[in-house]
Design a protein. Sequence first.
Length: 370
Amino acid sequence: MPLILRVTSHQKSLLSDDSTFVFDDRGGSIGRSLDSDWVLPDPSRYVSSKHALVRFHAGEYFLTDTSTNGVYLNLANEPIGRGRQHHLSDGDRLRLGDYEIIVSIAGADMTVPHGGGVGREHSPDLSVDPVLLAEMNDSINLEVLLEDDPDLPSGSLPALRKSRDMPAPAPQATDAVSVLLRSAGLDPASLPDADRAELMHTAGQMLREIVIGLKEILHNRADLKDRFRLSQTTIQPGENNPLKFSASADEALYSLLRSDGGDYLSPVAAIHEAFDDIRIHQAALLAAMSSAFDDFVERLHPEELKEKFDRGLKRGALLGATNKMKYWDLYGEVYQAMTQKTESSFPHLFSEEFTRAYEAEIERLKASPS
């Protein structure tokens, strides 16, 4: 009896016929690497090169999680676990990265669906050695284009039987989705046909990406401040922002979602403050760069240089030819002094003006209404 896996998420239309794959008793592998039996392209690389293994034993199919980011079963909050095995049942739903997949186990007399992939030749034993598995590392494979498989013999597939349908959302889950939509300023009635589980899953992924992005931008801002010796945000007795002081995105998410007050801002206030800080930083950065550049170029103005050189040569013959020939030597000294770099990798004079202009613009923007 074949094991049929079908992509049900948005990637289905992109994969076309390859959105369905059939494993037989030889089993096979699933991952983004072209070496996998079933290739799931994923430029973001949430799907591992070898994400999972399928094994057939004693008339049953088993799936082993070999990934970094995990295989999730039937909307579970925790993955199966790297190196752990799960017995597959008809109707199971799997999540690999952004892929949502439904499991169908067909009868032995059923034909293979046209266009679906079929597992290649494998050695019979696909069990995972725990020692080898612990040493596995995902290889970086940026190839995400699939080679066309040869057409399979035409055939039809009777409607697949499902021994266990996914239960309808409980009232609490439905209420939670409605609260989520209303909190986002949307009318739940505008999405009456939405897959509520998929909607909640997408909202969770969006939240994680926002937190990761905010932390990265705030880290880059702190790095720039450190390079130019600008004042940094420090931990306060209370109302700290978890996006700035959490060690990881996971820690920041937990702090935001717990929302138990304590030393941290409320979740909405923390995100609002982060975006506000980034907005002010971007404006101050542009203003400071412009001011520092103008100041630096002004110091190289011919008239200003001539005035400096004339003052330096006033003891010699007044604007004599001998003194004029020394202008080039004096320019060399000025150039060396002006381009001497600091720890910020910018010339000292540039960094000095940048720091002054940045801090002045920060104060001005914070004092003005948003």
